[in-house]
Design a protein around this ligand. Sequence first.
Ligand SMILES: CNc1ncnc2c1ncn2[C@@H]1O[C@H](COP(=O)(O)O)[C@@H](O)[C@H]1O
Ligand SMILES: [Zn+2]
Length: 427
Amino acid sequence: MKHSPNNLCMFFFNKKFSRHFSTFNDVYIKKSPSKKRNFWSRRRNRENLREREREREREREMVDMEWCRSLPKIELHAHLNGSIRDSTLLELAKVLGEKNVIVFSDVEHIILKDDRSLQECFRMFDLIHVLATDHTTIKRIAKEVVEDFAAENVVYLELRTTPKKNEAIGMSKQSYMKAVIAGIKSVETVEVEFIPSDDISKKPVKTPPIIDSFGTNTKKIYVRLLLSIDRRETTAAAIETVELASEMKDLGVVGIDLSGNPCIGEWLTVLPALKRARELELPITLHCGEVPNHKEIQAMLEFCPQRIGHAIFLKEDQWKTLRSSNIPVEICLSSNVKTQCVPSYDDHHFIDLYNAKHPLILCTDDPGMFSTNLSREYYIAAKTFGLSKSQLHEMAMNAITYVFADGKVKKALEEIFEDYERKLTQQ
Ligand SMILES: CNc1ncnc2c1ncn2[C@@H]1O[C@H](COP(=O)(O)O)[C@@H](O)[C@H]1O
Ligand SMILES: [Zn+2]
């Protein structure tokens, strides 16, 4: 519409006085003072409403523990005997105390201690291995550990353990692993997808404790195993573990780990076993750079394993090698800080790798030993480095790429995450 001078006058009049006048059939009526008050209170209400909406938006974005728990997660670095519940360890210690094998009061405070130096951790592992020796206990522990991970909405667990021999109780590396598998198959609180697939525990879930943020029960957890070589072992013993892993490929074993006290043992002692693993097409992950042993770190990076754990004490050039190699890093925040290998969460190299878009996976290492769980590790990462929900979600999903299980499992995991996303958008 073209504005005549009169129209223009009315236009400005409308603009300027519309706050004080309302129009009705082109007649301008002066608003009463009460109407004026109503106008201002309506405006205030609108502003309050907007502020409340903004507040709600901020709350939606705020990452809390509950949200981290409801997020589907993938655990790729957890040691069986480092994941035992304190309550179970205390129970086992009590029994051995009653049999006079140990003095319970000496052990109780050691079990309940939270922060341990790296060397104290390995003394603690020696104690755990005394408490959890026989087949029945190993079976119980494996069952509880899987249940605990499932309760945190871990949808894929790659559990690692060192096959142990104990002739006094008739335990061989094979029978140790049989007990672990029996434990995994006896899980009752969640459906376990384990292999051989015709053995998948399809029995009805007894007491499903897992309720996700959508109020539905989490359906199942995929579990696979890595066999660990302890750095204390001889070359022959390490090769024995690798051969066993190969024999157990059809029984849920998907790879090899090198772990143990990083101040003990030589790279060259375990190298033949790792080469054998490579020949047998077993993927390998190495504990790398938990202590500043640069010669060993160099050798490990040159070996080019499928994944490494920790990667703390890398020199500048090793950092560059790692970056260009694209070897995924299993990040264990609580483990590294509690063992004082990293001075604080703020100082953790996670953020450098994250900013460099280097492949990484958040893991627990030893949730029992460090009183943590995978949800908590995600929460720590969010709080320390200011990560948003979508960044955590992306990180959890990216872990699918780095699992050692086959493509079928990866596909199933992708579907779990797609399903989760669909539900999120419907909320
Ligand atoms: C803290 N950082 C760590 N660094 C290196 N090795 C570790 C570890 N945490 C655990 N382990 C390795 O895992 C064994 C316990 O589980 P399993 O008996 O195998 O189930 C420990 O004895 C040690 O060899
Ligand atoms: Zn570890």
